[in-house]
Design a protein around this ligand. Sequence first.
Ligand code: TRP
Length: 374
Amino acid sequence: MSRIILTGDRPTGRLHIGHYVGSLRRRVQLQNEGKFDEIHIMIADAQALTDNWDNPEKVRQNIINVALDYLSCGIDPTKTNILIQSMIPELTELTFYYANLVTVARLERNPTVKTELGMRGFGESIPVGFFTYPISQAADITAFLADTVPAGEDQEPMIEQTREIVRKFNAIYGETLVEPKILLPENAASQRLPGTDGKEKMSKSLGNCIYLSDEPDEIKKKVMSMYTDPGHLHVEDPGKVEGNTVFTYLDAFATKEHFEEFLPDYQNLDELKDHYRRGGLGDVKIKKFLNNVLQTTLEPIRTKRHEYEKDISYVYDVLKKGTEEAEQKAAKTLDAVRSSMKINYFDDKELMLEQQKEFDEAAKEREEKAKRRR
Ligand code: TRP
């Protein structure tokens, strides 16, 4: 069986460092290891419209931002297919057929949908499109016969729902689709990077993000005003490491090389944490270290972005080629789906012959009956 990756992002803003440690960094690694036969990354604009239907301009503007972020992080279009979701109508058709295999009650139980519904405050007026986006996400994944979906843990309920749809489809219509598995980030800090204010999640609306495209002074300003341990008032006080955003970010980003270069008094993060817990280590020092770590990580990404920004027509070329190639794959899956469901009427020569035979037999019977009556 081929090994195929599909993953994606909603184009509602520039990508931030939460996206980077949660998924992007891994995608680039997987791409360069070369163990997969195909890698598809989807800019999920149709999904973005399920809660931004009144602002298509925002979605439109952010497609290029997300594409630029991908390329500048090292996604290589000769190895990875970047595609735009809404340009592939096959996905919509698959969604429509899969919708028959999912109950309203099951969608209501999807924990990610539940949280998002609460956050968006739809109240009693839940849009059908938003409510059913997990079904469309199942179409995204299965259209490419993906077996692996690198994503953050908030996507786990979507993958589980996809697996259920696949099992049900295969059981009813015959073995056709592939059950995907999620590939989570390596460590807990990377799975859910908190915002710079210590809130649970980085989110544009909370204004607590560090973007991949932030300029050095913005990064520094955000790091120096980050949430740490509110009980750590004086340098000599013992400090808390758990729930301390600076340490969570260091968990996600700091390497041995960073210590050698910027903080050679410490071997590793454990030693730094021990010192902080004991007391005698100030917030400014750890923030300065984190700033250095982030600056070195983000500098090459930003520089590459500025290069790509000079040639937007090249970026659209990448998207167009990627989308065309993706559509061919999705069309093949849709053909298989239609044939399993036996709704491929015009391709099925047998169908016409069988039906003709049945009608002919019925006509013959009618004739014989009429003869007997005479
Ligand atoms: N739901 C994902 C997000 O909010 C985006 C997405 C759409 C996706 N289709 C996907 C992710 C398929 C993985 C696989 O970021």
